[in-house]
Design a protein around this ligand. Structure first.
Ligand SMILES: Cc1ncc(COP(=O)(O)O)c(C=O)c1O
Length: 398
């Protein structure tokens, strides 16, 4: 069995040619031109750090926010640039004031780091965490909507909803969920870590109170580029995790939210500054707009998933409509050994696939819905043959 090559577009990435890389979902992968753009910003910074931070940064970061705002359909002024979605989620949870007995609603498919942040805050305030149990495999969006809405009580003070779930790769019916929950007066924190560049997002239309999303996953910008959107009427109660100069700057026509988030101490902001380049470069590489990129990746992901299911005789775990550009397959009903194996102790199948066949694809166990899962990703650099190859290797090993 020969390891297949990537698509023709793979020449724009520096991915190791000795690896079949089917895990864009975990950390993204950045095209060469975008890495070069980041280096140029770093070079400019080091030429005169004072001029860079004091003169260049305010203007250029405001331009970046505006351009990202155009992509997400929201005002650049309503966006804070944060380093990752975990920080975005923590920023909201740790800014809000709760009362003992309040409830936070969260599906059991939520990303563990975000769930940990909820548990931390819940312990601190005496908040009850209500976990909605969503099955997987699953038949329809409506099942998810019914289960989540069923978890609402008069004490629900916040709901954390994913755009696309990490362990189960489900595109959540987040538009309907946000509309229903916000319609009931429950603020939604939308975790769009797998959001921009993977599924269309319209933040103004969504009505979500808070949205955090990574640019370093599916927009393919450098690591450490993410955003936090806070609806204007709520900005006064949200503060960065790091309180800095902005807390007492005279407003001078700028909101406190802007002042506080625009400077959280000295850091390398070159990843954020490269986001506009990533937005244009990906379209240049694909020779089409983002709508088409999203469509291409999704189609490839669905085809890849079907190939694996057919080869292994596995049940297709959800309808195509519930898939974006990652897809999870349940290998067995029971989790392997202990629940939630620590990240430094990867699943043995992951090791075999990597070491024996050169395939980088995540395999993990999850407690609820319980099972052992494998998740594929599809990005422009992937080729359909890579999924055939994975399927054949899995057929040998399982
Ligand atoms: C749903 C979800 N939320 C949050 C995160 C965290 O992203 P980051 O590590 O960039 O903070 C991830 C990462 O994969 C994710 O899948």
């Amino acid at each position: 069995m020969e390891r297949p090559g990537r698509s023709d577009l793979a020449k724009h990435w520096t991915l190791d040619p000795n690896i079949t890389f089917l895990n864009h979902g975990s950390f993204g992968a950045c095209p060469i031109a975008v890495i070069e753009e980041q280096r140029q910003w770093q070079d400019l910074l080091e030429k005169d750090p004072v001029a860079f931070f004091e003169d260049t940064t305010p203007e250029i970061s405001s331009k970046v926010r505006d351009e990202l705002g155009l992509f997400l359909n929201c005002a650049g002024d309503d966006l804070a640039l944060v380093t990752n979605a975990t920080t975005g989620v923590n920023t909201i949870l740790r800014s809000l004031v709760f009362n003992s007995g309040d409830e936070i609603l969260v599906p059991d498919h939520a990303y563990q780091a975000c769930r940990n942040a909820i548990d931390f805050v819940a312990r601190r305030w005496g908040v009850k965490v209500v976990t909605c149990q969503i099955p997987f495999p699953i038949d329809s969006d409506q099942q998810i909507i019914d289960i989540v809405i069923d978890g609402v009580t008069k004490n629900t003070k916040l709901a954390l909803i994913d755009t696309v779930t990490s362990p189960t790769g489900l595109r959540m019916p987040f538009e309907q969920l946000v509309a229903e929950l916000e319609g009931k007066g429950i603020p939604v924190l939308l975790d769009a870590a797998h959001g921009p560049g993977m599924t269309p997002l319209d933040l103004n239309k969504s009505g979500a109170s808070y949205v955090t999303g990574n640019c370093h996953k599916w927009l393919c910008s450098p690591k450490g580029s993410a955003f936090l959107f806070v609806r204007k009427d709520l900005q006064h109660q949200i503060h960065p995790l790091t309180i800095s100069h902005g807390a007492n700057f005279p407003l001078d026509g700028i909101s406190r939210f802007r002042h506080e988030f625009d400077w959280v101490g000295t850091s390398d902001i070159s990843a954020w500054l490269s986001v506009p380049k990533a937005i244009t470069e990906m379209q240049k590489i694909a020779q089409c707009d983002w709508q088409e990129i999203i469509h291409k990746n999704r189609s490839l992901c669905i085809k890849g998933r079907n190939i694996i299911c057919e080869t292994l005789g596995l049940e297709v775990p959800c309808p195509d409509e519930m898939i974006a550009s990652i897809s999870t397959l349940k290998i067995t009903d029971s989790a392997l050994n202990a629940f939630l194996r620590p990240a430094h102790q990867p699943d043995p199948l992951h090791e075999v696939l990597l070491e024996k066949y050169g395939i980088q694809v995540p395999v993990w166990s999850w407690p609820s819905p319980e099972g052992r899962y494998l998740r594929i990703s599809a990005q422009l650099y992937n080729h359909i043959d890579e999924y055939h190859y994975l399927a054949e290797c899995l057929a040998k090993e399982l």
